[in-house]
Design a binder for this molecule. Structure first.
Ligand code: AMP
Length: 140
């Protein structure tokens, strides 16, 4: 699949669309998923273009995984969740809906099912508050 520079995450990276940012460095950006499957569901993306895990450079992938590790720890600390799920989808057949590589970090509790994937927009004030919780955990 050819990378489309008009995809939503590329537009967020260029500052054309807003996001609830929790972390940024030279190579990666992390922000709240606007249709979270659980509180503090966070996405981590490389700044380099690539639709998925196969066509993204190894350097960009390594940076993205390193940030994902940080965010997984921060989401776990921010929510107190005993478990954390990391997901990455490649291709529409696999359920991918935005074609710029991203990892999902989703906190999990026993007996609490995930909300549906990419449905149900969260209120901006809730996303803002959750971004602050994860940022505080990153700082702590
Ligand atoms: P995937 O289906 O793995 O490609 O996941 C794409 C994710 O991006 C979904 O969980 C969506 O809820 C999320 N999403 C779509 N648009 C935005 C946006 N503008 N800001 C933040 N998250 C988004």
């Amino acid at each position: 699949m050819t990378y489309d520079p008009g995809n939503i995450f590329a537009r967020i990276l260029r500052g054309e669309l807003p996001c609830h940012k929790v972390y940024e460095d030279d190579a990666t950006l992390a922000f709240m998923d606007i249709m979270p499957q659980a509180d503090c569901h966070t996405l981590i993306i490389p700044k380099n273009a690539g639709t998925g895990i196969i066509d993204t450079s190894t350097d960009a992938l390594q940076a993205t995984i390193a940030t994902t590790q940080k965010i997984a720890a921060a989401v776990k600390a921010a929510t107190g969740a005993p478990g954390v799920m990391v997901i990455q989808l490649n291709g529409s057949e696999a359920g991918q809906t935005v074609f710029h590589l991203h990892f999902h970090v989703i906190p999990r509790w026993a007996g609490i099912d995930l909300k549906f994937h990419a449905r149900g927009m969260e209120a901006p004030d809730v996303l803002k508050a959750n971004a602050e919780r994860v940022k505080a955990a990153l700082a702590g």
